[in-house]
Design a binder for this molecule. Structure first.
Ligand code: CU
Length: 141
């Protein structure tokens, strides 16, 4: 009985410790990519960005459903160093928590980088992370 109690307690403690750092697993082979514009495109404001996802599904933030996530668009910024934390929200890190798969963007003229990263229901990147190639667009006007 004593051993059983100790085992239960250890399990609880370990469970809590793991839970704090646990990230949602991504399905093997899951990929995200920017369908359009293409890398190196010249675009006019406002322009449409279409998000692609394969090997997993899109679900709104707050919804726990296996093998799903929602898109985040990184604008002129890289992937955050800490992938264990929820993605911040800013002009350069935009959340599509309703499950959107495209957006209209208006950016100042010049070169900009765009990249997608999929987050789980709590906006935490999946493990391993599902990140698109970073593309560059040139906003002409
Ligand atoms: Cu999010």
């Amino acid at each position: 009985m004593r051993t059983l109690l100790a085992a239960c307690l250890a399990l609880l403690l370990c469970g809590a410790a793991v839970g704090a750092e646990e990230r949602t697993p991504s399905p093997p082979g899951a990929q995200t990519y920017i369908i359009s514009p293409h890398d190196g495109a010249r675009v006019h404001n406002p322009f449409k960005v279409q998000f692609g996802l394969s090997g997993m599904g899109v679900a709104p933030a707050g919804v726990r459903f296996e093998n799903t996530g929602h898109h985040h668009l990184l604008i002129d910024t890289g992937v955050p160093a800490d992938l264990g934390a929820p993605l911040p929200t800013s002009d350069s890190v935009r959340h599509f928590g309703k499950g959107q798969t495209e957006t209209m963007l208006t950016l100042p003229p010049g070169r900009h980088t765009l990249q997608l990263i999929v987050g789980d229901q709590n906006h935490v990147p999946l493990d391993p992370p599902v990140i698109s190639k970073k593309i560059t667009v040139k906003v002409v006007r």
